[in-house]
Write a protein of this length. Structure first.
Length: 312
């Protein structure tokens, strides 16, 4: 493609969802497309949020999205990405201007989630009035180095915590899974105000959701409630999975349940062919970061949460 001299902007259409997701994934630290595609599809249908693309000679060279995200309550999420060969020609600025027009009628603050190794992207956001609100650290585990240990480690961790870990059947257990997630969120950094019902579409179709339950449940409904949960899903990259969420009931933390869930999730991912698992945790969540370190997980790209208040 020759140097960018001109381009056009237009609203996102349904047939643009795949290529727009390709563009926006350039700024994603998770590598899980599911959430982006849901948001883009809703925006293209005029159901929730707004989306735009930049085009040159019929080729999409940039995309912008304004939407909502179940894990970011109390804010509208904005994201702009431009293909590498088209950067430096005003494409990102033009797309961001379109989002600003949409934000003019918005009362909630705008949030921009960016990979923490994209310093140019952060500078672009800060020049448009965004300031750093939070930082989540990336962690990765090499499962191939743990192959022979995982089954025994998962069994031992569950036994020590006094739980059994099983896979949930989302088609019939989604309400219980959402209830567990809501119960596990209090006290977690950044979790205040999240509405579990907004997370009904949060899990990709190929996600594995694991529940920790008592080994010998007491009588009554409370004895059968999950004590914690984790969810993992394949990433775009081959042989790599991502931890979408891990949480334990606040009254039962520091009892080994989190370790049991994570170890079992690593084993399930490895059985599915994964060679690594990536996760992100808020940099103030000392407990889970300590657990990641105990698993000998290594630092990986994380993400910044940058926010901008509206003028209203």
């Amino acid at each position: 493609m020759s140097p960018i001299s001109s381009f056009s902007l237009r609203p996102l259409r349904r047939e643009d969802v795949t290529v727009a997701a390709d563009q926006l994934m350039l700024a994603s630290a998770t590598g899980v497309r599911h959430h982006l595609e849901l948001q883009l599809a809703a925006a293209s249908a005029g159901e929730r949020g707004s989306g735009f693309v930049a085009e040159r000679d019929g080729v999409v060279i940039g995309a912008a999205l304004l939407s909502t995200e179940p894990t970011m309550p109390g804010a509208v999420v904005t994201l702009v990405a431009v293909s590498r060969q088209a950067r430096g020609h005003g494409v990102g600025r033009a797309l961001a201007d379109l989002l600003d027009e949409q934000l003019a009628d918005e009362t909630l603050p705008a949030s921009c989630i960016l990979r923490d190794d994209l310093t140019e992207g952060r500078g672009f956001a800060e020049r448009r009035g965004f300031t750093l609100s939070g930082h989540s650290v990336g962690w990765s585990i090499d499962l191939s180095a743990q192959d022979s240990k995982l089954e025994a480690a998962a069994h031992e961790a569950a036994q020590t915590a006094g739980v059994r870990v099983r896979q949930a059947e989302l088609t019939r257990e989604v309400s219980g899974v959402l209830e567990c997630a809501a119960r596990c969120m209090p006290g977690m950094p950044g979790a205040q105000g999240r509405d579990a019902e907004q997370g009904r579409d949060y899990f990709p179709g190929d996600a594995v959701v694991l529940l920790a339950e008592r080994d010998n449940p007491s009588s009554g409904e409370a004895g059968r409630l999950p004590l914690g949960m984790t969810a993992i899903a394949p990433r775009v990259e081959e042989n790599s999975w991502y931890t979408l969420f891990t949480g334990v009931d606040p009254s039962l933390r520091r009892g080994g349940i989190g370790r049991a869930l994570k170890t079992e999730s690593f084993q399930r991912a490895r059985r599915a062919g994964a060679r690594s698992v990536l996760t992100h945790n808020h940099d103030t969540n000392a407990a889970i970061i300590g657990l990641n370190t105990a698993f000998d997980m290594r630092r990986a790209p994380g993400y910044w949460d940058l926010r901008r208040t509206t003028s209203k």
